[in-house]
Design a protein around this ligand. Sequence first.
Ligand code: FRU
Length: 535
Amino acid sequence: MPQRRPCCGVAALNTFWGERALIGLAALMLVGWMGARVAGRRPYDESFRPQFHFTPPRNWMNDPNGLVYYEGEYHLFYQHNPFGSKWGHMSWGHAVSRDLVYWQNLPVAIPERNGVMIFSGSAVVDWQNSSGLCQSSDPHDSSCLIAIYTGATSRRQNQNLAYSNDRGRSWTVYAANPVIDLRLADFRDPKVFWYRPGREWVMVVALPPQHQVRFFGSTDLKHWTALSDFGRAGGVGGAWECPDLLELPVEGEPGETRWVLSVNVNPGGVAGGSGDQYFVGYFDGTRFQDESPGTQVLWADYGKDFYASTTFSDVPLSDGRRVWMGWLNNWEYAVAVPTTPWRGALTIPRVLTLRRFPEVLRLVQQPVIELRALRGQHVVVVNQRAAAANHALQARGMEGDTLEIQAEIDPGDATEVGFRVRKGASEETLVGVDLRKSQLFVDRTRSGETSFDPGFPGRQVSPLDPSRGRPVRLHIFVDRSSVEVFANGGEAVISDLIFPSAASRGVEFYSLGGQAKVLGLDTWKLKSAWEISRQ
Ligand code: FRU
């Protein structure tokens, strides 16, 4: 038999002590790994840790900032306290993704400096180096990333630039900051976009206590001219923050578009505390004209936990989608949310369009299809009443804390239909439709840990257009500590945090007051987007 020659480094260990050391090391690693698994200590596996929503590795986060697509990567910056799990020392945290599903954490992009905090703002690709801040060595591409953010002290908020010439990996603060200073204590959250017809940059920025936004124009991102103001209007129960302005297509009407002005308001949101309202109309490069009839306030999300939404800039035209994310939280209790070592999460990314209703154009949101990559075990039920549908779900072991449910329901003579998710011995979260009131709802009264704030338990409701009637379509995402439901193709959306015990994993369909039927029910277990290899 030919002799096998030990290869390379292994040869050096091929001694009595070497072997023992190797076995010992392997055993230690195994015990350590098993210990970590048993104690649930793999990264992103603490209790309540979302498995497919973005959360920072540790410490506080609030608003998404500077969402921008550049050179194959989606950049996500966020309001972050690098030093603790409460709001403070605000800086821009940073993560990137190639698909909006798997995020890679990067170091803090723009830190608080000399007592000036880095508040919310946006980022754009300066394709033509209009700012002169890009230093590309590529003769065919003079672009770079520019961030436009609010510099904040207790007495002054003004607008500033930072730029990056290495795909967002390092950032330089513009030497001649601030670029807009109105000497105000409240003036924040600039969102900038390229207004093609006028060939200039447009900024929309909030004057929070006045319940107004102001538009500015610029050709170089450094020098800005005031264009017009909008407001006060709509929901004015609290400060106006984090505005966004974007043009969206009207579904089924080729060539038809409108402009949507989204304005977050805190407090005074539709479900109490923080909320996101929007106006639909026209923008001519100078002025936004609200076209919504009447005085009805339009809300993007009727849940308690959708705030500070902002859209991605520079998604390629070949893709064409407008995608946004919001902070999955509410200033009412954000600081008390029982999670550690992080606090704060973002919603799943959602695609935006407009849909025509008899009296008004409404914002429609759909989860990005990239999330389908996480679908695992799948159970399909067709044409069944509750008992048979639930029997099928149970028989196939369909339960868990990370689920996607897509259902088409014929309510029959039922007065209420829906799902119980995160169901345990004494806990459940209801996601359903009240047919008499034509309302979508999430009820988290008995969802689990709710005692950290008196306003947390309760039911959030959203109107549903009764003319769309039947069947009812629900698309639900459950992720450890949240529920997001998109009804009737995204016409009504509710996003809510929940904190159930780990053992509450059941899911079932129910109907009250009559017999409903699922015409089609797809349920998936969703995999974690936070694999160790991606950290
Ligand atoms: C919204 C907000 C913004 C501000 C940021 C500070 O949640 O209040 O207006 O820029 O948070 O963290």
